[in-house]
Design a protein around this ligand. Structure first.
Ligand SMILES: Cc1cc2nc3c(=O)[nH]c(=O)nc-3n(C[C@H](O)[C@H](O)[C@H](O)COP(=O)(O)OP(=O)(O)OC[C@H]3O[C@@H](n4cnc5c(N)ncnc54)[C@H](O)[C@@H]3O)c2cc1C
Length: 480
């Protein structure tokens, strides 16, 4: 018997470990529920709910192939070795198959599982699946990890020219086994079920992920370059939650983009090239996670920025979290996050810079809050995005680049359509005042909207001074 251990690869198609397991003989699948670990990792309730909903779809699809999906409790990942060993003994499993996950805890967990099973003569096979490139396989000439995205991308391009990662064939139907699939729980303790309107925005299942990918790569990808920065437009693929849970693969995304661009990834339509670039940012940050393990230990990529005098300002942090900063673009973005579990990329950068620069609050506070609310929360991308925005990370925004939320608002939401969608209390304002109701100097008092919690000019100077006072701004050395 072959066992496939599903984690962040909740799909039937183009699933390397699943296809490999099924090709070797009768196969059974398992998923571990690890609520204590998930809480420790700040996984958002809406994300856990998304996993459960996708598992339900996947269980149904696997059932049609006679592959049972079992559910086991392993509250902490330390429990995984014994839970899996018991299962292997119960069903006389010869080999466990898994798609690699990256991050310190994930790697430790998988190493412990491999040790325990191998000691009992059970084979453990791991596959590259979550990414196009295995972390550690795209390196500088001297064998170190890249710290600058454009250089990393150049090597990715060379690799892709040489050989494209191909799609894996889906498993065939197997003879029925005498093993029943387990029911997928409707919820997991510690993670509240999200509101229906949030759930309805993110239907579960591969068919939905495929539909999004097809409609994006057929039409929208052409306009991606020009529309991706405007939060009022549906300019991006909205695939991140599906990619993070593995409901669709990076290979499937890459192939769809290439098909829309005559097989080109470096030239041709700028929309397709830019979108593939984003897929490569995803690869880059996974490389960083593995190459610089300190970033998964809540440490700054640039160690010298650990000395920054972050402010302890709980009230301002709460105002940011609760969308009442008095800056409409920030509050609208935070409301989008709280209501949908997702935020537009441009706004992720704007709110992150506002928190870490204008409020001078530690990026780790923002990283954690995002993780607790994002349906697409992913340690590598989230940490990378936060450290980029706060100028503590790789290839960062230089510390003197501080987005002005008002000019960002005027530039990327010129008519205030996005702001008014999320802050209907500002619907009556014209397209100039909507970005900064404080300009109305109190005349606007009829509407219940707070004054800005911070002065953008003086807070900018404060941030510049704090960064300038750091002992040195040299690039971090390789290592953890
Ligand atoms: C502060 C901050 C936090 C972020 N946190 C996350 C996170 O937890 N999870 C996450 O998936 N993305 C994160 N991102 C990256 C990006 O904002 C989202 O991937 C994107 O908004 C998802 O929308 P989409 O699927 O429509 O993206 P598209 O524009 O259609 O991009 C396609 C895919 O490429 C990947 N991608 C795009 N941009 C990035 C990027 N900058 N870094 C890594 N991958 C990228 C995503 O998988 C995305 O689905 C963060 C960015 C910032 C600035």
């Amino acid at each position: 018997m072959q066992l496939i251990w599903l984690r962040s690869d909740l799909r039937l198609h183009d699933n390397t470990a699943l296809s490999a397991a099924a090709a070797r003989g009768p196969c059974v699948a398992v998923y571990l529920l690890s609520p204590e670990q998930w809480l420790e990792h700040d996984d958002a309730p809406c994300k856990v709910d998304f996993w459960l909903r996708n598992l339900r779809e996947l269980s149904r699809e696997l059932g049609q192939l006679n592959i049972p999906l079992l559910i086991r409790q392993a509250p902490r990942w330390d429990d995984a070795p014994s839970v899996l060993l018991n299962l292997c003994r119960q069903w006389q499993v010869d080999a466990l198959h898994l798609n690699e996950e990256y991050g310190i805890h994930e790697s430790r967990r998988d190493a412990a599982v491999a040790r325990t099973l191998q000691a009992e003569g059970i084979e453990v096979r791991r596959y590259l699946d979550q990414l196009l490139f295995k972390p550690g396989s795209v390196l500088t000439r001297t064998g170190t990890y890249f710290q600058v995205f454009s250089q990393f991308r150049k090597v990715c391009y060379e690799r892709l020219h040489h050989s494209l990662p191909s799609l894996v064939r889906a498993p065939h139907k197997q003879a029925p086994l005498n093993i029943a699939s387990d029911a997928i729980p409707l919820s997991v303790d510690g993670f509240a079920t999200p509101a229906d309107n949030l759930r309805n925005l993110w239907p579960a299942g591969e068919a939905e992920a495929r539909r999004r990918l097809d409609s994006f790569s057929d039409v929208q990808i052409e306009h991606y370059q020009s529309e991706r920065d405007f939060p009022a437009k549906p300019g991006t693929s909205q695939l991140s939650a599906y990619l993070a849970a593995g409901v669709i693969s990076a290979r499937q995304c890459l192939h769809a983009a290439l098909n829309s661009n005559q097989g080109e990834f470096e030239s041709g339509k700028t929309g397709a090239v830019t979108w593939i670039n984003e897929l490569l940012w995803r690869e880059f940050y996974k490389h960083i996670l593995v190459g610089y393990p300190r970033v998964s230990r809540h440490r700054a990529f640039r160690p010298e920025t650990e000395a920054l005098a972050w402010r302890n300002a709980p009230e301002e942090l709460a105002a940011w979290q609760q969308a009442r900063t008095g800056l409409p673009i920030i509050d609208a973005a935070m409301r989008q996050l709280l209501a949908t579990g997702w935020m537009h990329n441009r706004l992720r950068m704007v709110v992150a810079m506002f928190l870490t620069k204008n409020l001078l609050i530690d990026w780790r506070e923002g990283e954690r809050f995002f993780m607790r609310h994002l349906i697409d929360g992913d340690l590598a991308a989230n940490n990378g995005g936060w450290q980029w925005s706060s100028s503590t990370g790789t290839d960062s925004a230089p510390y003197f680049r501080i987005f002005n939320p008002l000019s960002q608002s005027e530039k990327f939401d010129p008519e205030g359509v996005f702001i008014k969608q999320w802050l209907p209390e500002l619907a009556g304002l014209n397209k100039k005042d909507v970005h900064n109701p404080a300009n109305l100097g109190g005349l606007f008092g009829v509407v219940d909207y707070p004054s800005p919690i911070v002065d953008l000019g003086t807070s900018r100077t404060r941030a510049l001074t704090a960064f300038k006072n750091l002992p040195s701004r040299q690039y971090a050395a390789v290592g953890s």
